[in-house]
Design a protein around this ligand. Structure first.
Ligand SMILES: [Zn+2]
Length: 392
């Protein structure tokens, strides 16, 4: 019975994709006591985390043996407080810390268990599947709270199947981030393009369209950080500025996210996208909970890497020095200041990034039989794996 159920689930997952949606706790409609209780959850999460880190054998740490945790007050006096968080959350938190340590040791490529630092704050509390549910279009139930008024429920697709959730504390407030499964989009692909990620924060398509991905720091951010740097350490005005700064960072991150989403949707509308990712670092470990510091370009790449209608051609290939028209390879790499590609062989003359994007498309089509391109007929060195088009 159980096996059948999990097999059924596995089958269903094949036609689904994962999305996450943020619900913001509505400050105006939530009582002060409730807000305090919510905030106290993060305080307890910090205590639990630090209690674990202080423990000699973290991997053996069992939440139900540590219902009272040791922590310190402002004057570094030891205090012992009983945890009032629900058992499920308490357990989940402990498992998360243990997982973090495992990941850390994996990252360092050592068999030894990594070491975590004490946390000055913990801003993310995991909620396991089934421990939360929507009450109606404005309220959600989470462990310890029968009803919390949130905004954003209408952004969750109707047939979404909930997986896990996270309670998150940000500069602008408290959020419940829900991860859910939804039916995969069915797209009618009418064309294929290649895209080139430029060094100067641009995306160029094989059709010659250029997207500017620059979202700089705001004037307000510059002003605030200047003020912050000149403020006295430990002063209340510095604290205030810190909070304002965090809020501004969050604001800029949101703008970047929006822009990334927009560009991705424009690129991928009815389109199969080929791209090449030379420096793909850390996107696999992308975590909504972390303070996100990445450009718009990274966001677009992240979307593409998650899409079924995009393919990373992967190979680090000399897409800039090959003529996309006749396939002739230039003996030398094009300098960064050379903006136009000119072929000595066939006389083709086009923008260097567009040339690269077309090559990426050709390379991708070769890798993807469904594209229906007959490459036998095309003598493009990029299409052959044994070519010397690769950069050494
Ligand atoms: Zn040529």
């Amino acid at each position: 019975m159980f096996r059948n159920k999990s097999a059924e689930k596995e089958e269903r997952r094949k036609s689904q994709r994962v999305i996450s949606r943020e619900l913001k706790v509505n400050n105006w409609q939530t009582s002060k006591t409730k807000m305090k209780e919510l905030n106290y959850m993060f305080v307890q999460a910090k205590w639990i985390t630090n209690d674990m880190i202080a423990n000699e054998n973290i991997m053996e740490y069992k939440y139900n043996e540590h219902k009272t945790v040791k922590h310190f007050d402002k004057d570094k006096n030891e205090l012992f407080t009983e945890i009032t968080l629900g058992a499920a959350i308490h357990q989940e938190l402990c498992q998360k810390v243990q997982q973090d340590i495992k990941n850390l040791s994996k990252k360092k490529n050592k068999s030894k268990v990594g070491k975590l630092k004490f946390k000055s704050e913990v801003n993310c509390i995991p909620l396991r599947t089934g421990s939360f549910r929507l009450v109606n279009s404005r309220n959600i139930r989470i462990p310890g709270f029968k009803k919390i008024t949130v905004r954003g429920i209408d952004n969750i697709p109707e047939n979404a199947e909930f997986a896990t959730a996270k309670l998150m504390k940000k500069a602008s407030g408290i959020y419940i981030v829900i991860t859910c499964y939804v039916e995969k989009e069915k797209k009618n692909i009418s064309k294929e393009i290649g895209v080139d990620f430029g060094v100067k924060n641009t995306i160029t398509t094989s059709e010659g369209k250029i997207y500017n991905c620059q979202v700089g720091e705001s004037e307000r951010l510059k002003r605030l950080s200047k003020k912050f740097n000149h403020s006295q350490k430990g002063s209340s005005s510095r604290n205030k500025l810190y909070k304002l700064l965090q809020k501004e960072y969050e604001h800029i991150t949101n703008i970047r996210n929006d822009k990334g989403n927009k560009i991705y949707h424009e690129l991928s509308r009815d389109t199969f996208v080929y791209y090449q990712d030379d420096n793909f670092n850390g996107w696999k470990s992308f975590n909504m909970g972390r303070k996100v510091q990445y450009g718009v370009l990274g966001r677009v790449k992240h979307h593409l890497s998650n899409s079924e209608y995009a393919l990373d051609v992967k190979r680090f290939c000399a897409t800039t020095k090959v003529c996309s028209n006749c396939g002739t390879v230039k003996p030398e790499k094009l300098g960064l200041d050379v903006r136009t590609f000119e072929c000595d062989e066939c006389g083709a003359k086009l923008d260097r990034d567009v040339n690269a994007a077309i090559n990426i498309k050709l390379l991708g089509q070769h890798k993807r039989p469904e594209s229906g391109i007959d490459f036998e007929k095309r003598d493009n060195p990029l299409a052959s794996d044994s070519s010397d088009a690769k950069i050494a």
